[in-house]
Write a protein that binds this ligand. Sequence first.
Ligand code: TXA
Ligand code: MG
Length: 314
Amino acid sequence: MRASIQQTVSILNDGGIVAVPTETVYGLAARLDRENAIKNLFQIKGRPSNNPLIIHLADASQITLFTKDLPDQFDLLTKTFWPGAMTLVVPVDTSTILNPVRADLPTAAFRIPKHPLALEVIRQSGPLVMPSANISGRPSSTTPEHVESDFGSEFPVLDGGKCENGLESTILIYQAPLWKIIRLGALSAENFIPVLGYAPAFISHHAESTPLCPGQLYQHYSPKAKLLLSKTFPENKQGVIIGFSDKDYSKNYRVIPFGPRSSPKQVARNLYASLRKLDEEFIEMAYVDIDFPSEGLWRTILERLKKAAFVNTP
Ligand code: TXA
Ligand code: MG
């Protein structure tokens, strides 16, 4: 069910949940100060309670409501990348944020989204928590139809069309003296070089005894279909390939295009829709063409595909 901005704000103010578009993926929004709504969020997503939520703000100065203790270069990062696809994890005054939001951690994650509809809703209803609008484990939603397919056609969705980035925000945490990436996302490590003077390292959860980004522990982004990641497709075989729109494959294969090899942005934008298409068409097995470079946005795309295909990598 499509909701107007006014309906969205009034559902949120009444302690309800609405799917809201952001430039990364759709979020399931609840007000930060509504404990029951937050409990329901975990329940309807099937989300483990030890996986904390991102707090979405409309204005960077709102961060002072939650913490006075901001890490080095916080202002520089937020002035450059907010509004946008960057989430920062910082130590907070825990009395200012409900426990379930932080999953009992002494830190919280913050982001200012760029989408005008998300910003308008936050301006009217105050800070919102917004996990991605998918059943836990499924690919994130990048269209209203994806949200409705996971939560039913009666579920309220503020329609912002197709998401611009199609991948979640990049999450960083400060470990003196450096910022580190704890979730790869729509901004690549290279995007931070002009600002930080270095490309932040990605710390995968496999490297940590105490997970820095609890959400990364769980299986993610998977369609029901079995995925086989490959760079070559033998002429004498057949099947479905999620692959490039500008590449020739053997006629034995049906190709679901996720964009041209020249544009990681387009591939990112279509990635989850192409994974979801497999299930929409009851396709049980598909190849995914991973014959692409390893840097920039491609790194995030490969990491998501590996998780979707249950390939364990450090
Ligand atoms: O692009 C996005 O970030 C989207 C849109 C809707 O804004 N949201 C999103 O939320 O991806 P979610 O809940 O699907 O992923 C949030 C991630 C989880 O992996 C969680 O573990 C991590 O953020 N996170 C949240 N708070 C954290 C904290 N205090 N420390 C470490 N990781 C945290
Ligand atoms: Mg998610």
